[in-house]
Structure formats: structure tokens, C-alpha cells
Design a binder for this molecule. Structure first.
Ligand SMILES: N[C@@H](CCC(=O)N[C@@H](CS)C(=O)NCC(=O)O)C(=O)O
Length: 217
């Protein structure tokens, strides 16, 4: 059966290129596995049919004839178990990849999301003036620790793995002016995002947005 990944037909420009199906598309490209996107509109998100696949109505969801799943981290880990391009296939190597995927999602992404919430979703609201410096401090603490870990390394654990894929997608949402304080992390992020598989995944997410741009009046 063709691998299917759910994605949005269109999202507003600020979200284009940042929707989380990108992680799954990237993993599939690294693994050399062909797939098709199931494109959703607002109505599809709320449908009982889609909720049976993704209970929260979000993207991505994934099916390959053998498994049906949601949560980008879980899907990427599933693919990493199948492909040596995403993880070493020995138990110890796989365990480290799982660790780094969860570190990206649980230890770094929440700090990045807190800042995005202030800068994008609550921009200009009075409370953010007091809160933002604390959020930047927390995020900088995590980035600093990650920078120490990566010192002298090209990747988190010797070679590119699903852990780097996930970490790079998280770091991608850190504003450049903050990343500039962490040159080694900036270089690491660039190294991951320069991979041809990432370019193909990004282009595949962007194409339907161009084709389904809402008409302006
Ligand atoms: N933890 C989920 C989060 C998925 C998620 O937040 N998806 C967003 C797009 S990046 C979404 O579908 N938002 C629409 C909504 O929540 O209605 C994952 O990693 O798959």
C-alpha cells in the first residue's frame, strides 16, 4: 500500500514551511520511501472520518498498510526503526535516537513554542512585555546546553539520525536573532537543513500551498 501522510491543503504564510508533516516528509525522503499526501481542508479536520485517524484533527497522520498512527515524533521513530538512513539498527543506537527525538520534542520544543506563542499568537499584548525576557532566558539556557553537547560534533550522536532531523525542525523555529548567540548551533542547524532530503520535503509541503492560494478580492 502507498504510504499516506496527512497535510494541509493551505495554511497562512507565517505557517507555510513549518507545518509538522514536514518532519515525516523529511524522514521519508531520507529513507527513500515514496509517499502521497492526503491534503485536508478545515472541514476535513473536523470530520469523524479524519478524527478516527487523528483524534485532535491535526496533521500529520500516517498510514502504510501495516500501521496507522499520528504524532510526528512517533511516526519518525517508526520510520527510524525501519531505515538505517535514520538510525543505527542496533539496540543501543536506536535507544540513543529515541532519546534525542524525545529531547527535541520534550526538552527544547516547549521553550521554542513558548516564545512563538508570544511573538506570533499574542504579539502586542501587554502581558508579553513582562513575560518575554523570562521565556527568552529559559530558551537560551536550553540552547546553551545543547551547544555545549554539540561542541566539536557535526551531529548529536556521531552521524545524522532521526534525532538530528527532529532537533533541526525544532531549532528552525528559533528566531535568527536568538540563534545568532549560539554560532555552533546555527552551523549545526544549517548542516541539517542543507540536506537534499530536507529541500525535497520542504518543496513538497509548499507546492499545494501555491496551488491552493485563496483568491483575493
Ligand atoms: N504533537 C503533534 C502536534 C501536531 C500539530 O500541532 N499540528 C498542527 C500543525 S503544525 C495542526 O494540525 N494544527 C491545526 C490544529 O491544531 O487545528 C505532532 O507533533 O504531530
Amino acid at each position: 500500500m502507498t504510504i499516506r501522510v496527512s497535510a494541509f491543503r493551505w495554511v497562512p504564510p507565517f505557517a507555510q514551511g513549518h507545518v509538522r508533516d514536514l518532519r515525516v516528509r523529511w524522514a521519508l525522503e531520507e529513507a527513500g520511501l515514496p509517499y502521497e499526501a492526503t491534503l485536508l481542508g478545515r472541514d476535513d479536520q473536523a470530520s469523524a472520518n479524519y478524527r478516527a485517524w487523528q483524534p485532535f484533527g491535526q496533521v500529520p497522520a500516517f498510514r502504510d498498510g501495516e500501521v496507522e498512527m499520528f504524532e510526528s515524533g512517533a511516526i519518525v521513530l517508526h520510520l527510524a526503526r525501519k531505515s538505517g538512513a535514520l538510525a543505527p539498527q542496533d539496540e543501543a543506537g536506536r535507544a540513543r535516537v529515541t532519546t534525542w527525538v524525545l529531547a527535541a520534542l520534550n526538552s527544547v520544543e516547549p521553550q521554542v513554542a513558548n516564545l512563538a506563542s508570544i511573538d506570533i499568537f499574542h504579539a502586542g499584548e501587554a502581558w508579553t512585555t513582562e513575560r518575554r525576557p523570562q521565556v527568552v532566558e529559559m530558551l537560551s539556557k536550553r540552547l546553551g546546553a545543547l551547544g555545549v553537547w554539540l561542541d566539536g560534533k557535526d551531529y548529536l550522536d556521531g552521524r545524522f539520525t532521526a534525532g538530528d532531523l527532529m532537533m533541526a525542525t525544532v531549532l528552525r523555529d528559533v528566531p535568527d536573532e536568538i540563534m545568532a548567540g549560539f554560532p555552533a548551533l546555527m552551523a549545526y542547524r544549517g548542516r541539517c537543513l542543507q540536506r537534499p532530503a530536507f529541500t525535497r520535503a520542504l518543496e513538497a509541503q509548499m507546492q499545494p500551498f501555491r496551488e491552493n492560494e485563496p483568491a483575493r478580492n
